[in-house]
Design a protein around this ligand. Structure first.
Ligand code: ADP
Length: 306
């Protein structure tokens, strides 16, 4: 550390250990390091949901995998501190974290010859059944380290899977990343889920975070016998909510037993089942998020919809 002229303070190395000056200096340095890391990443996208179990992590993982399959350089950060699903969904449950030159190395997941850089609190747990019992500021500290200390390198996309709701984790991401592109909000179509997803939209508005769009997941089940659609959780609610709230609608994903299977087998659906109707629908949604195709919504446009 460079010596500073600190007036009447008695100092050995510029400023004493816990002085406000030192803390402010460290904070500034942290901020610069964080900004430098993030400046190498093209688009940073937060995946949110109002409720748990609506398929948010499944969407985040398959979004990252699809973008990588399209040749993009992708990072996937799991900030679901209390319930990290990303390692399991990619079969990376046994991975641990390594460091090099003071930076944390992301775990690599290779798809179609492209490496996805993955980071999750799950890699730090000795046993996946262990519970992480942390309060807000500690969680924010961990998320900051994930963003700042992981050697993400130059990426086209960083997909961030946050826990359900509008708590500390999505708030930390919004506060820490200057230039977050926006949020993709995942919901199921029934009213009970939509009540909470409206809060996610309001959260984004309050934080001036663009809503890239809403995905209606588990939208109808195609009967494998007669082909008729059964609306298990109703249908169209996500699209209507998006229209009512004036945010883009990205599309519907049906209930597909193979999504459950691929999740349980720890293999990403979009890579292992790329030819299905569900995969084609998801591919279109990814195109809309990437800005290659307009959103379905009610004429709502933002910088990522054409
Ligand atoms: P969340 O992150 O919202 O808690 P997950 O992504 O963990 O939800 O998904 C919860 C469960 O629902 C998983 O078993 C997953 O395989 C399943 N699932 C997600 N989307 C679908 C879908 N479209 N059809 C069938 N099952 C799905």
């Amino acid at each position: 550390m460079t010596k500073q002229n600190s007036g009447h303070c008695s100092v050995q190395d510029g400023v004493p250990n816990s002085s406000p000056h030192r803390e402010a200096g460290e904070e500034l340095l942290d901020k610069q390091q964080l900004q430098e890391r993030m400046s190498l990443i093209g688009r940073k996208i937060l995946v949110m949901s109002g409720k748990g179990g609506v398929g948010k992590s499944t969407v985040a993982v398959n979004l990252a995998v699809t973008l990588a399959m399209h040749g993009h350089r992708v990072g996937l950060l799991d900030v679901d501190i209390h319930g990290p699903s990303v390692p399991k969904l990619l079969g990376l449950g046994r991975e641990t974290i390594h460091t090099s030159d003071g930076a944390v190395l992301p775990v690599e997941y290779t798809v179609d010859g492209h490496n996805i850089h993955v980071m999750s609190i799950g890699f730090l747990l000795e046993n996946p059944d262990n519970a992480v019992i942390w309060r807000g500021p500690v969680k924010m500290g961990a998320i900051k380290q994930f963003l700042k200390d992981v050697s993400w390198g130059a990426l086209d996309y960083l997909i961030i899977d946050s826990p359900p709701g509008t708590g500390d984790e999505p708030l930390s991401v919004c506060q820490l990343i200057n230039g977050l592109d926006g949020a993709v909000i995942v919901t199921t179509p029934q009213e009970l889920a939509l009540v909470d997803v409206r809060k996610s939209v309001t959260f984004c508005r309050q934080l001036r975070l663009p809503v890239l769009g809403v995905i209606e997941n588990m939208s109808g089940l195609l009967c494998p016998h007669c082909g008729e659609r059964i609306d298990v959780f109703s249908s169209g609610g996500g699209e209507k909510m998006a229209g009512d709230m004036g945010v883009p609608f990205l599309g519907r994903i049906p209930i597909d037993p193979e999504i459950v299977k691929s999740g349980d087998e720890e293999r990403p659906y979009m890579y292992y089942y790329p030819k299905t109707v569900t995969a084609q629908r998801f591919d279109k949604i990814v195109d809309r998020i990437a800005g290659n195709e307009s959103s379905v919504a009610s004429g709502v446009k933002n910088k990522n919809t054409v």
